[in-house]
Design a protein around this ligand. Structure first.
Ligand code: DQQ
Length: 541
């Protein structure tokens, strides 16, 4: 296997070669799913950005088409950056995207429409001559004015969009309104803003139902049983955050709920390597789906050049509001299960006492889907949560405790992409702590021992997040991990906490990769069920 391909993923979305970043304008139109994405047609580092275009009937198998939008006009000569699609009421899709107009990265907003609506794949896109549609006024920093959202229509018949921006380090989501989608006027106030958060990249704003897991269209008008989500990608730390709140349609302002905070102490769609995500309403299955970009972690440009590719899209996830109303839940789209190979490895009611570890054999551990449900009989042995950690990020607590330091209730979980003798492995696990008032459940995806490769530029963080579950009643925790050569994408407690790691094992590759379940806590853990499948590779050409 060549260096080029050893870490290439199989069932994650990738073009055959070169650099990719943000997913753009995902949409479902007349029976076909479209994914556009930021792409360098000339190499495997960021640059020369065009909108690559792929289509699919099932979000799993993809056909790569010619780029849909590429810089060519005055209004996008220096780049066609991120944007979104809206399906207009006469069933006509329209794309809004950011054009870069000079070498200083000055930004404007443009539109593009399909050249031929009867082409089922919408291969050709036109950028009409009345572009740009929106130029920044004097109050706006021209280089921080980008990534228009999908538009939604208010009761007054006006379209609204949000554009990410920043003023004096205050991140903000600017609102523009339009009657005809061509002439746009800036609203006096941003939809929302927050100090010290830096520029808001790739904002996403959408309604979620309090009643069920179905998705809602951006223009959904009902007021009862609905909340709104505002997500943005923070350039300052390259993580994404979201809040849940109330959209005041009269004032066009969004107010996060009291317990939902902006900025780096807030909620994340993914506590790992996941950025510039974008969601869309899937009319076909009445769900909302979110796509996110997962960058490489072997950060030397040289690595990308050697590989000839960089970046993947995370598995599309169905997203909905947790019944508590406090957070989102995400779960890999059901279509992914069609890639599970027939043979399934099953375990039931297996006990793991302190220090025990066993191997899940019989699947290809380098490309697999594993679902496991753990239980325990008591919370008494949970370790004390050091009050000093309250100010730390979860990933720093994970760095202190890790997967090998013996605990009380946990650490227990999976050792993924492991070499036979554990020189390399990426553990995905839980540690339960007793805090002053409650229990704190830490979920980690720890890349620190993921590779033997010595390279200071390797990014090997101990990614982690807390899981908001009430263990007192259930005494259960579940975990699903999708392993695909250089990615471990994990979903804790049914999708309450998600963590994606990019890792580059040197020994634990292909048939030499192993999968273990471990418990390094003094409390005995029961594996109630464990199901594991090798994964097929879909068509992507
Ligand atoms: N990537 C795009 C920008 C966006 C950033 C440029 C986020 O539009 O703000 O490739 O990754």
């Amino acid at each position: 296997i060549s260096v080029k391909n050893v870490h290439r993923t199989g069932f994650h979305f990738q073009p055959p070669k070169h650099w990719i970043n943000d997913p753009n304008a995902p949409m479902y139109y007349n029976g076909v799913y479209h994914l556009f994405y930021q792409y360098n047609p000339k190499g495997s580092v960021w640059g020369n950005i065009v909108w690559a275009h792929s289509v699919s009937k099932d979000l799993i198998n993809w056909i790569h088409l010619e780029p849909a939008i590429y810089p060519s006009k005055k209004f996008d000569k220096y780049g066609a950056w991120s944007g979104s699609a809206t399906i207009l009421p006469n069933n006509k899709p329209i794309i809004l995207y950011t054009g870069v107009v000079d070498s200083h990265d000055s930004q404007v907003q443009n539109y593009a429409i399909p050249a031929n609506l009867s082409d089922p794949f919408l291969r050709k896109w036109i950028k009409p001559n009345n572009n740009p549609l929106i130029v920044p006024d004097n109050s706006i920093n021209k280089t921080k004015f980008r990534d228009p959202t999908t538009a939604w229509m208010g009761q007054d018949g006006l379209w609204r969009i949000v554009i990410g921006s920043m003023r004096n380090h205050r991140g903000m989501a600017l609102v523009y309104r339009s009657r005809d989608f061509i002439k746009w006027t800036k609203a006096q106030h941003p939809l929302h803003s927050s100090p010290h958060t830096g520029n808001w990249e790739c904002p996403d704003f959408f309604p979620v139902s309090l009643k069920n897991t179905n998705g809602l269209d951006a223009s959904y008008r009902g007021k009862k049983n609905v909340k709104h989500v505002l997500k943005n990608s923070l350039d300052v730390n390259r993580f994404e955050y979201y809040t849940i709140g109330m959209y005041d349609t009269k004032k066009d302002r969004y107010i996060p709920d009291n317990n939902s905070i902006d900025g780096s102490k807030g909620l994340r769609l993914d506590y790992g390597n996941f950025y510039a995500s974008k969601s869309f309403y899937d009319l076909m299955k009445n769900r909302r789906i979110v796509w996110g970009w997962t960058n490489e972690s072997d950060v030397l440009p040289d690595d990308e050049i050697k590989k000839g590719w960089a970046g993947i899209q995370a598995i599309p996830r169905k997203v909905w509001l947790d019944p508590s109303g406090k957070q989102l839940i995400q779960w890999p789209i059901e279509e992914l299960e069609t890639l599970r190979k027939q043979k399934i490895i099953q375990l039931n009611n297996k006990k793991l006492s302190k220090g025990e570890m066993f191997e899940v054999k019989g699947i290809s551990a380098s490309q697999a889907d594993i679902e496991v449900s753990f239980s325990f009989s008591s919370l008494n042995k949970a370790e004390q949560f050091d009050p000093k950690w309250a100010d730390l990020y979860a990933q720093d607590v994970c760095a202190i405790k890790g997967s090998t330091i013996q605990g009380g209730l946990g650490p227990f979980g999976l050792a993924t992409l492991a070499s036979k003798n554990l020189e390399e492995y990426t553990p995905v696990f839980f540690r339960v702590f007793k805090a002053q008032k409650n229990y704190k459940v830490l979920m980690c995806s720890d890349a620190r021992r993921s590779t033997m490769r010595q390279n200071e530029a390797m990014y090997k963080p101990s990614f982690a997040g807390y899981v908001d579950v009430d263990l007192v009643d259930t005494k259960k925790l579940s975990l699903r991990s999708l392993i695909d050569n250089s990615v471990v994408e994990s979903f804790g407690a049914g999708g309450k906490t998600c963590i994606t790691s990019r890792v580059y094992p040197t020994l634990a590759i292909h048939n030499n990769a192993h999968l273990f379940v471990f418990n390094n806590g003094s409390e005995t853990i029961t594996i109630e069920t464990l199901n594991a499948w090798s994964m097929d590779v879909p068509k992507m050409h």
